[in-house]
Design a protein around this ligand. Sequence first.
Ligand code: F6R
Length: 611
Amino acid sequence: MCGIVGYIGKEQVAPILLEGLSRLEYRGYDSAGVAVYSEKEGGLVVKKTKGRLQVLSDVLQGGAALDGTVGIGHTRWATHGAPSDVNSHPQVSRSGRIAVVHNGIIENYVELKAFLIDKGVPFVSETDTEVVAQLVEYFYKGDILQAVYESLHLIEGAYALGILCADAPDQLIAVRKDNPMILGYGDGFNFMASDVTAVIKYTRDVVYMDNGELAILTRDGIQCYNSMMQPVEKEISRVDWEIDAAEKGGYEHFMFKEIMEQPDALRHAIFPRIRDGEVFFENFGLDEDYIRRMDKIYIVACGSSYHVGMVGKYNIERLLRRPVEVALASEFRYMDPILTDHTLVIVISQSGETLDSMAALREAKRLGATVLSIVNVVGSSIARESDVVLYTWAGPEIAVATTKAYSTQLAVLDLLALHFARVLGTIELGEYRATLDEFLLLPGKLETVLADRDQVQYLASQYFNHSSVFFIGRNLDYAMGLEGSLKLKEISYIHSEAYASGELKHGTISLIEDGTLVFALGTCGRLFEKAMSNVVEVKARGADVLAVTTESRREAMARTADAVMTIPDTCDMLLPSLGIAHLQLFAYYVALMRGCDIDKPRNLAKSVTVE
Ligand code: F6R
């Protein structure tokens, strides 16, 4: 949610900022802007525009229209004030000397604004960020770092800030609290950014700033300080993935590329974790004693990551005979959850920065629980604050709608369930080994599902103009339907709902009429007959039924459904990992046929760092 990039070096900065912002646009894309120090002008030049980054790039002629070698840039997902030129970042102080880019929310901005207005400071935008620029100027007596430091004492909320002062054009200031900020180290240049994707073209040496830290970037180095302004030495990490991982590589959309990358992503997530017929987690912080004492598991997450938790609940409870609760992170923190020292809280997050999930994690720790997180982005806040981290190793996910992160989160959670079951002795050795064999076959089986995409594309072409879609299923199929439904609505803007099939008759079936599109999910063998009964019920009321089932049940399903998509047979717990591919592809093709902006759906952003 909002992307920040800052550069200080010897090259012309504007094209570098635009390039960096293009890699961060997934974080927000309703407006963009840059501030550059120009020697010619003897001060800051600020350009910002409503709309996609391309609008700004056109205004700046790809960066050629701005002269300077130090600057900050921003791509916005509006919180305070509608997308407009004036509300775009950078926000500048009244004198035009101090420019600020911000990701997050200043919670006490109303009070701070009133305080500054009382002191005669005029405001031009509706943003909370302008308060920061004006406040820093209010404290500014010639030392910009000191002014920032004093301002931070008054500011409440979550923020990553990039600050440029015209009086100190040989430095940039970066600040981080509860929103991500990384520093990129180069030879004669340095970067700050919301995410490594913005700097990876220039450097792989990065530092993940910690909460409360400030940094001063010059051309020759970076000095970090803790919240007491004491210098701190930071460990430099080396990013180990290639730039191509964050590029489309010939695909029309990141989402499609990421759907197709899923088999490989699963190989990365699974293969190193199965050794000599056992689940193996490197540096795993939960010992067997802890696992045996565990009284309950809470899975806490948002959106698709929450849907992974829903699948996990069915799998873990069946395997462990231990209660599992799945909670939306935004609810968890206010629901006064019942946790003990023996409750394991599993936080699932692709970005590792989702504010609701982060807050839930802190609440869980405050209440004494142990927190294990399943995270994709290395070094992210959730990863760092958890007691134990399992990375999904899916590589950078750029499309706003998650696909490969979902699949790898699910695989890691399933492996964890299997490991717990083995320790607790709630799984027979034979079933354990057979399930692990199925894990090893999963990427290959998923490849065969993805190879069948022409059929899904054809079905999408038949149904893309429907205005409402239902996903029905029981148990694991219901949990999978939740994700299928979210995928469809977020990128194609078609209203859709996922229902536990047995619940339809308690009210919702009244919405089924001639031509209503129903996705019937019937992959679970032991519930197949029940699934069929529900298909018959909706068919009898005129629905068009597209079904997903296993190859062995294709024929039975085809007797009633209008079309059947199949997945290879596998053990129960892995069925959603295969079935979901059809639903992702369907959502993708429908959105394509409806002419939607697939990678950047309206009103959304990838990393949701506001409450
Ligand atoms: C949907 C989607 C979102 C995220 C949710 C949580 O396609 O991507 O629903 O799953 O915002 O994000 P993370 O996993 O980064 O915490």
